[in-house]
Design a protein around this ligand. Structure first.
Ligand code: AMP
Length: 282
C-alpha cells in the first residue's frame, strides 16, 4: 500500500501509470470505512489495473458544523481495512489545505435542478461541496473508472451530470447498497448510534421495503402516508422526508408513469444522527 498525503507526490506517482496505459479505478470516501466502502474497492480492483482510494472528510459539503465535528475519523483502522482487502492500492489522505489551498470554500454548480431536490433542500450547499471536491479529486487522480454507491443515489446522479456537463473522460460505476444484518444501510454515521438504536434502525429499511411492495397497487400518497405513520410519535426516530422521485430528474412525483423508473428516498434522524436510504420501485 502506498500512502500519499499531498497531491503533488500522488500526481507524480500516477503519471508513470498513465504513461504505461494502466487503468485506474478510483473510490472517493470520507473514511470510517465499512463493508459498503470495501465492496466499491474490491469491485474497482477487479475492473482496473490499479486502485486509488481517497480518505478525506470534506468540510465544504457539511452544512451543519456539529455534523462535521462529530464525523468519525478512524484513519489507522481504515488503513488496516484497506490493507486486509486490497494488495496493490494507493491511498490519498490529504489535509483540507492540500485540496483547497488557503480558501476552504465551494464553487457553485448548476446540476440542472438535481441539486435542488431532497438532500439539496435539507442540506443547503451540500452538492456544491460535493461537486467541488469530486472535480478536484478527478483532476488529481484522472481515473478511468470511479465508483459511487447507490446509497447516495442523488449524489451518484449529480456526479454523472458533472461528468456529462464537463465532458470528463471518466466512467461512473454505480454500486449496490451494502446493508447490515438487520437491513440498515451501512454508513459511517452508524458508528454514532447506540447499540439499541442501531438495532431498531432496521425500521428505516422495513418502511422502504413496504413502500416497494405497495408501489404496484397503492398511490404515491398512500405509500408516503404509510411511511409517515411508521415514524409518527416514534420515541427515537424523526422522519425528515420521504419522497418518490423519478430516477433521472429526481423530481418528486405524485403519479408513477409505467414507462419511467422511480425510487423512494428517505432521511431520518435517529436521535441526533441523520441517516439516509433509498430503494428502487421497479
Ligand atoms: P462516504 O465515505 O460516506 O462519503 O461514502 C463513500 C462512497 O461509498 C460513496 O460513493 C457512497 O455512496 C458509498 N457508500 C457508502 N455507504 C455505502 C453502502 N452502504 N453501500 C454501498 N456504497 C456505500
Amino acid at each position: 500500500m502506498l500512502i500519499f498525503k499531498d497531491h503533488k507526490s500522488l500526481v507524480e506517482h500516477l503519471i508513470s501509470l498513465h504513461l504505461l496505459h494502466k487503468t485506474i479505478g478510483f473510490v472517493p470516501t470520507m473514511g470510517a470505512l465499512h463493508m459498503g466502502h470495501v465492496s466499491l474497492m474490491t469491485r474497482a480492483a477487479q475492473e482496473n489495473d490499479h486502485v486509488v482510494v481517497s480518505i478525506f472528510v470534506n468540510p465544504t459539503q457539511f452544512n451543519n458544523p456539529e455534523d462535521l465535528e462529530k464525523y468519525p475519523r478512524t484513519l489507522e483502522k481504515d488503513l488496516a481495512i484497506i490493507g486486509a482487502h486490497l494488495n496493490n492500492v494507493v491511498v490519498y489522505t490529504p489535509e483540507p489545505s492540500d485540496i483547497y489551498g488557503s480558501q476552504v470554500v465551494s464553487k457553485t454548480f448548476d446540476f440542472e435542478g438535481l441539486e435542488h431536490q431532497m438532500e439539496g433542500k435539507f442540506r443547503p450547499g451540500h452538492f456544491d461541496g460535493v461537486g467541488t471536491v469530486v472535480s478536484k479529486l478527478f483532476e488529481i487522480v484522472r481515473p478511468h473508472n470511479a465508483y459511487f454507491g447507490e446509497k447516495d443515489f442523488q449524489q451518484l446522479q449529480i456526479i454523472r451530470k458533472l461528468v456529462q456537463l464537463r465532458k470528463l473522460p471518466v466512467h461512473i460505476v454505480p454500486c449496490p447498497i451494502s446493508r447490515e444484518e438487520n437491513g440498515l444501510a451501512m454508513s459511517s454515521r452508524n458508528e454514532r448510534l447506540s447499540p439499541e438504536i442501531r438495532k431498531e434502525a432496521s425500521l428505516i429499511y422495513e418502511t422502504l421495503l413496504n413502500a416497494s411492495s405497495m408501489s404496484k397497487t397503492a398511490t404515491v400518497q398512500e405509500l408516503k402516508n404509510k411511511v409517515m405513520e411508521a415514524f409518527e410519535n416514534h420515541p427515537h426516530f424523526t422522519l425528515e422526508y420521504i419522497e418518490i422521485a423519478e430516477e433521472n430528474t429526481l423530481i418528486p412525483s405524485e403519479i408513477m408513469s409505467p414507462d419511467k423508473s422511480y425510487r423512494a428516498f428517505i432521511a431520518v434522524f435517529a436521535d441526533n444522527v441523520r441517516l439516509i436510504d433509498t430503494i428502487s420501485l421497479k
